[in-house]
Design a protein around this ligand. Structure first.
Ligand code: PMV
Length: 342
């Protein structure tokens, strides 16, 4: 039975890319394939109340963590109006939305992936309730999430997803797909996020993506990302943490190298980021333990290691990395299973 009005509450996690999406074309199509891990604890919950059959679209109320937020409301309003051609039912729907993040808004953690992941997932559920959903719900949710923020496409399924044209796995530019047949050695992965600087990004990701359009290393970066997608997948299927970790770190540094060599060039890493990278690499060289880093578009460092080694690696994080963090802030996260209905 279809429902013309109702309420849907969902949650979607953030994700951390192993192979980075950097550069886009057209309507949020990625320049290269990317692979990511869906997180468990960094999540957005989203409650949407809707009623269709109205004379026009109305986005009546938006609450972020219990308070009105004009900047977020205007971004979501623009997004919803921008997908009228894809979701024509929106044109005659009245909506109100409330969202909450599990992680501190000021922690410098990208929240657009979980925010648009949750919104896309909620919209796909509304389509199901209205009887207009065609095809698979998660595919539609990932497609809708992508239009809000590219990396949000990878926040619907878990624990690992691939987004972007990549023929050997049937990867698509329109939406992300779950990655299957990953070795048991990658069943439980910890991601300890070192909050080194919680400030606003100096250069937004949208500007960063656009600087790839005429980047001198554009072609080489596309080749590298395709090559790394192939090799990291082989490593994850073979259960090879050494090979996985070396690609992981190369991808993180390559993302930042693209920023440092664009025109204009810029640096998002801080002295603490570099100190953390050296500490992780030195600790690994000394102990031979499988602990690696990756970095998003900011100074914070994600420490990635198998959960089975936590007892040996956590003391190192506490003693050598915590003091580098702003107010000793860290987020202890791990791989999760993706979006779900509350
Ligand atoms: O989703 P956007 O447009 O904010 O792009 C973010 C891209 C990176 O986070 C830097 C890398 C990635 O693949 O997630």
């Amino acid at each position: 039975m279809t429902q013309n009005q109702g309420q849907i509450s969902v949650t979607a996690p953030s994700n951390i890319a192993f192979v980075k999406y950097w550069g886009k074309t057209g309507r949020q199509y990625p320049m290269n394939p990317s692979i990511s891990m869906t997180l468990k604890n960094c999540i957005t919950t989203c409650h949407v109340t809707y009623e269709t059959g109205q004379s026009e679209f109305a986005f009546t109320d938006y609450q972020f963590e219990g308070a009105q937020n004009a900047a977020f409301q205007s971004r979501i309003d623009k997004y919803l109006r921008g997908i009228f051609d894809i979701c024509p039912w929106l044109k005659e729907t009245c909506l109100s939305i409330a969202t909450n993040n599990s992680f501190p808004h000021s922690a410098g953690i990208a929240s657009s992936a979980s925010a648009f992941g949750a919104l896309g997932y909620a919209l796909a559920h509304i389509e199901k309730n209205l009887g207009v959903l065609e095809g698979d719900l998660n595919t539609r949710a990932s497609f809708l999430a992508r239009l809000g923020s590219g990396s949000a496409a990878r926040s619907i399924d878990g624990p690992f997803t691939l987004w972007g044209n990549y023929t050997p796995e049937n990867g698509q530019n329109d939406f992300a797909i779950p990655l299957l047949n990953i070795h048991d050695n990658f069943d439980d992965i910890n991601d300890t996020i070192l909050i080194l600087d919680a400030g606003e990004k100096k250069i937004s990701s949208s500007i960063g993506h656009s600087l790839m359009d005429n980047h001198p290393y554009r072609t080489a970066r596309i080749e590298q990302a395709n090559h790394n997608t192939h090799n990291i997948l082989s490593a994850m299927r073979a259960g090879d943490w050494d090979a996985f970790g070396s690609i992981l770190e190369q991808e993180a540094l390559s993302l930042h190298a693209m920023m440092m060599t664009s025109n204009p060039s810029y640096i998002l890493l801080s002295p603490q980021s570099i100190a953390a990278i050296h500490a992780i690499q030195n600790f690994r060289a000394e102990t031979k333990l499988p602990v690696y880093f990756t970095i998003d578009a900011g100074p914070n460092i994600h420490v990635i290691y198998p959960k089975s080694y936590s007892e040996k690696i956590k003391p190192f994080i506490e003693s050598d990395l915590k003091s580098l963090c702003k107010d000793e802030q860290m987020i202890w996260d791990e791989n999760g299973r993706g979006a779900h209905v509350l």
